[in-house]
Write a protein that binds this ligand. Structure first.
Ligand code: IDC
Length: 389
């Protein structure tokens, strides 16, 4: 395990340009939009005394929307002003997640113009329509958020993660619509699980220290071990500052793909999760294995869920998705309403991508451009909007 110990993590430098970047002045949000109504979000307690995502005035809120596909791929073609605004106005989304892959397949590390162009644009477009934005540092490959590719880049020695969050937290400190996802899915390196205690937690604390220097209260979402499925590892080990004081306005992520992570039933997708009852673990707890109801214990944000298996390519399962959406809507021991982003808003995302191959513009909407998964999520969002009206 020595290779995971923090003291051997070499931390690179942060660019002066990020430390000194101009602070963006505050956007004003349309009055009836999610951000117009709920303001800067925070973590507070619901009626059951369980911590959850709340509005500026402390009312529990539930955000629903989409995550992009990897921005370095062609999926980026769908991330346009017109489409983002249509997701809010016509689909009823209240959140959008920007998946910023880093060292993989030509991600951020290879294309720093992401920061100037895509990120700035999406911050602006989501603000203009009053939709929340999750800025996701998409750790996936390498598996460890403390890997040199993120913290001391082999090409230039930069602490890319530290630099990125310095830039964002300083530049966007006056905005109310932004949330940060500190790392997408830490996972397995050489057969060894990257642990929460000693690695991921330390990384998240480093990023929180940076972010809190500029933005005292923005909501930050911490990725959890095993592709953000072992959320229970955080229980009893939440993030704290250097003095051991717990950080406020922090949530922990859980990622679910309905055909792979469910009530443990046997299905026809090869998965190592057969027999693990994720639904019970989150909803009611798994006391035989010492796990209390996760949704009664930790504030949780589902920054990714899919209607299919975890690979995204087979097994569209609306029945299992229904079961998860019911849990997310507050049917769990903590009565915690879970905010979510569906993976993915993309025309090249396989069976779990919402759009059919080659789809560009989604407005005005022709239902024919939607995949089964896209149609399922669209119908759910539409029903919600109709309920509110
Ligand atoms: C998938 C993409 C796929 C790509 C793969 C590896 O859909 O085209 O080849 O990543 O980069 C996640 C990840 C997310 C995955 C998604 C679907 O966060 O990056 O996207 N998924 O497999 N976790 C569970 C599933």
């Amino acid at each position: 395990m020595a290779k995971f110990e923090k003291d051997i993590v070499k931390i690179g430098y942060i660019d002066d340009a990020s430390i000194n970047v101009d602070v963006l002045s505050a956007y004003s949000y349309p009055e009836n939009s999610p951000v117009g109504k709920w303001g800067k979000l925070k973590v507070a307690k619901n009626a059951k005394g369980v911590r959850c995502l709340c509005s500026e005035t402390g009312e529990p809120v539930q955000l629903k929307g989409f995550s992009t596909h990897g921005l370095q791929w062609a999926g980026v073609a769908n991330v346009t002003e017109c489409n983002i605004k249509a997701l809010k106005e016509e689909w009823g989304c209240s959140v959008f997640r920007l998946a910023l892959y880093v060292d993989y397949e030509g991600g951020y590390a290879y294309n720093p113009t992401f920061r100037q162009t895509m990120l700035e644009n999406v911050v602006k477009w989501t603000a203009e329509c009053g939709m929340y934005l999750v800025i996701d540092w998409h750790v996936l490959t390498p598996a460890n958020p403390q890997a040199p590719e993120y913290r001391c880049h082999p090409k230039n020695g930069m602490d890319l993660a530290g630099d990125f969050f310095t830039y964002c937290a300083r530049r966007f400190q006056n905005q109310k619509h932004i949330l940060y996802e500190l790392c997408n899915e830490p996972n397995i390196d050489n057969g060894e699980k990257i642990p929460w205690v000693g690695v991921i937690k330390d990384y998240c604390e480093d990023m929180l220290r940076i972010i809190r220097t500029y933005d005292k209260d923005v909501v930050a979402l911490c990725g959890t071990p095993s592709w953000s499925q072992d959320t229970q590892d955080v229980i009893g080990h939440e993030v704290t500052d250097e003095n051991g004081v717990p950080y406020e306005n922090v949530m922990y992520t859980f990622h679910v793909y309905a055909a792979s992570h469910n009530d443990g039933r046997d299905i026809d997708t090869p998965t190592s999760f057969h027999g693990v009852n994720f639904m019970k673990r989150f909803k009611e707890g798994d006391l035989e294995n010492g796990i209390p109801a996760i949704l009664e214990t930790l504030p949780v944000f589902v920054t990714e869920w899919g209607t299919t298996d975890a690979g995204g390519w087979t097994n569209f399962r609306p029945d299992l998705s229904d079961m998860w959406l019911d849990i997310f809507d507050g049917n769990n021991k903590g009565e915690q309403m879970i905010s979510w982003c569906n993976w993915s808003f993309s025309a090249e995302g396989g069976v779990c991508g919402a759009l059919k191959w080659n789809t560009g513009k989604i407005s005005p909407l022709d239902l024919d451009i939607l995949t089964d998964s896209g149609k399922y999520v669209y119908d759910h969002l539409k029903n919600e909007t109709n309920k509110i009206k």
